[in-house]
Design a protein around this ligand. Structure first.
Ligand code: PMT
Length: 436
């Protein structure tokens, strides 16, 4: 695939640069940002709990006051006494502790916290938090606090990629919960993939980036520029008629919104739709395929292009300046149409656009997987998202969708869900593919 190698090398450069930035500046910056903060660390039941001991030290080094609460599972891996020694405060382990409740009740502890950090956040704990359960001390504290919540996931890579976990993480993100990591690499059980708890110093740096009253966005696409196309295009035939399609723009707008919430600088090139511009997104309105092509070219260079628009495949060879006269009843009208340029394929071939990842959508009524894979190859894409159209509850106009993403050597299912949720999952996949 011409150009793909360049894109991956460039992506690697960005990720290395990002790591270096974290590594070089975190000590002093974190110390300033976290100094004096009251942080409640909730430790979940995974082997990575041992790293949370180091996290307590790092947080205290950065000047934070730390109290620790543990789930029952966490206590299978690390003892409350270790956290007590490192934090300088008694470790809380149960809701039903009379002595502890007398000293500082759990609601008081939830109020005490200026920041709540869940590390490691296991798949089970993420699910309980996403659903607002209060079935143990940690879940209750997270539900009772008004402090900003950060979760640091750690689990087996298959559990992390499970649609249930993805939906839970997307729900938490949508509520403004900061998700730090997970890292990609060797896992405790001998496998490899995304699921490692982020290193304590990286967690502290991520927390410091959002500390204090001036909340700075920090996310999976931080520092990257994303161009998203959305909606239909209208191809004018004469002053009153046009060729169009049923795209509402909802899917593309949701992707633009999700990317912006993940810290990207987003330009949204939109066909004619009735939607509000997502917060923090720069919008360029267009009508025709030709205008969309020009607007996309103007918006580049960028790091990522996502073509969610339903660009008309044909346009009138010549616009008729006067209204085309009707033919007689039962008679046919022949329109002279020509193919529009394929914006996505053009973008994917541009070596000068700085792109690290080019993502297309495929709207299909049948043979969805085959046609999508063909487009992936023919248009030289890094990722294609196939959705079935022409059925209720999916594709055009609906608030919901169901999709499968394909890339060379892999695929991921996104079961039926609201487009806003799916967009969060897609942006996570985009971030993963960038790192791959
Ligand atoms: O807008 P909604 O109502 O929310 O519906 C969402 C959606 C169904 C429109 C969206 O999820 C979707 O599938 N968008 C792509 C629709 C489409 O045009 O698919 P396609 O298979 O015809 O095109 C494949 C890809 O090439 C798409 O990324 C498209 O943007 C791009 N393309 C197509 C033709 C063209 N001339 N230029 C292009 O860039």
């Amino acid at each position: 695939m011409a150009g793909a190698g360049d894109r991956s090398i460039a992506a690697l450069g960005v990720s290395l640069a990002a790591n270096l930035r974290v590594g070089s500046s975190h000590v002093s910056a974190s110390a300033t940002a976290l100094a004096g903060q009251r942080i409640l660390l909730c430790v979940g039941g995974g082997i990575a709990a041992y790293k949370s001991l180091e996290l307590v030290r790092r947080l205290r080094d950065a000047g934070a006051a730390v109290q620790v609460a543990m789930t029952a599972g966490a206590q299978q891996f690390v003892t409350p006494l270790s956290f007590q020694a490192l934090s300088g405060h008694p470790t809380r382990t149960t809701l039903w502790d009379g002595a502890a409740e007398q000293a500082m009740g759990h609601l008081e502890l939830a109020r005490w916290a200026e920041r709540v950090v869940v590390a490691p956040a296991t798949a089970d704990l993420l699910a309980r938090l996403a659903h607002g359960l209060a079935d143990d001390l940690v879940a209750t504290l997270c539900l009772a606090t008004e402090a900003p919540l950060a979760v640091v996931p750690a689990m087996n890579h298959r559990m992390w990629r499970h649609p249930a976990t993805e939906a839970n993480v997307a729900a938490l993100r949508a509520r403004g919960v900061q998700v730090i990591g997970p890292d990609d690499g060797p896992l405790a059980e001998g496998e490899s993939g995304p699921g490692r708890l982020s290193e304590p110093e990286a967690i502290v740096a991520a927390l410091a980036g959002t500390a204090g009253p001036a909340v700075v966005a920090s996310g999976l696409l931080q520092g990257l520029k994303v161009v998203v196309s959305a909606g239909p295009t209208y191809e004018d035939l004469d002053p009153v008629r046009y060729l169009g399609n049923r795209s509402s723009g909802k899917m593309g707008f949701a992707v633009a919104d999700a990317a912006a919430r993940q810290g990207a600088q987003v330009v949204l090139v939109s066909g004619p739709v009735q939607l509000e511009t997502p917060r923090g997104v720069r919008r360029m309105d267009v009508r025709s395929a030709a205008q969309m092509r020009q607007a996309v070219a103007d918006a580049l260079p960028a790091d990522i292009y996502v073509g969610a628009a339903a660009v008309a495949d044909y346009t009138a060879r010549a616009f008729s300046p006067s209204k085309i006269k009707k033919t007689g009843t039962g008679q046919s009208l022949v329109l002279d149409l020509v193919r529009t340029p394929d914006i996505l394929a053009e973008v994917a071939q541009r070596a000068d656009a700085g792109l690290k990842l080019v993502v297309g959508f495929a709207a299909e009524t049948d043979n969805v997987a085959d046609y999508a894979r063909q487009k992936l190859t023919a248009k030289r894409l890094d990722l294609i998202v196939a959705n079935r159209v022409g059925v209720p509850g999916s594709g055009f106009e609906s608030d919901d969708n169901a999709m499968t993403a394909y890339w060379p050597g892999g695929e991921r299912d996104f079961p039926p869900a609201p487009k806003v949720r799916l967009a969060d999952g897609l942006v996570e996949l985009i971030a993963e593919r960038l790192r791959a």
